[in-house]
Design a protein around this ligand. Structure first.
Ligand SMILES: C[S@@+](CC[C@H](N)C(=O)[O-])C[C@H]1O[C@@H](n2cnc3c(N)ncnc32)[C@H](O)[C@@H]1O
Length: 188
């Protein structure tokens, strides 16, 4: 079954996104301007950010999830730009977001686009399962699990503000310091 159908079925069967604790702890680090929630599911985190004053874009591959998210936002009188999109087709515009969320979703192909889509000073909150999760759930597809230190290595140009991979979940919070990397010795 393709990803969209699989997730549509889960949402039809009652699966829902919940408000993420790491987001609650760290969203205040970001300038309150534009935010993006990648693979937003039924939208609680995106709606939370919009309630806090962020202009929020959010996408997910599942049209069922996006419909639920839109209904939830409407009920609460909150405006979020919810879009049904596959991560690889989403247009990550460069230097656009002050805050990007990537929670419990892993598509390695989009990681460079995430970095370039952050504004200077922008915050990335990334949290998902790592390889230790196989001890909890041996059938989990290991392609969707982070390796030890993987996010630090991929986002090596970002300034790490918080990092934890001591459990089966990796939490990575980082800031884009500068778009041009120029070592102090080469600055004039
Ligand atoms: C485990 S849920 C996480 C949802 C939400 N980020 C959260 O933390 O609760 C994974 C989400 O990824 C979405 N998804 C799966 N494959 C995707 C893809 N290729 N592009 C965009 N979203 C995708 C699913 O529809 C689902 O909503």
């Amino acid at each position: 079954m393709r990803d969209r159908e699989r997730w549509n079925l889960k949402y039809k069967n009652g699966w829902r996104t919940t408000l993420n604790v790491t987001l609650l702890k760290f969203y205040t680090l970001a300038k309150k301007d534009r935010a993006l929630d990648i693979a937003c599911g039924s939208g609680d985190n995106a709606i939370f950010l919009a309630e806090k004053g962020f202009l929020t874009d959010a996408f997910d591959i599942s049209d069922v999830a996006i419909e639920i998210a839109k209904e939830n936002a409407l009920k609460r009188g909150i405006k979020v730009n919810f879009l049904r999109s596959d991560a690889e087709s989403f247009e990550f515009k460069p230097e656009t977001y002050d805050l990007i969320l990537n929670l419990y979703f892993l598509d390695r192909q989009i990681l460079p686009k995430i970095e370039s889509s952050l504004k200077e000073g922008g915050i990335l909150i990334f949290e998902t399962y790592n390889l230790k999760h196989l001890k909890v759930k041996p059938t989990f597809n290991r392609d969707f699990l982070l390796r030890e230190g993987e996010l630090k290595e991929i986002f090596k140009n970002l300034e790490v503000l918080y990092y934890d991979e001591s459990t089966n979940i990796t939490t990575f919070v980082a800031k884009k310091v500068s778009s041009v990397s120029c070592p102090p010795s080469q600055r004039r």
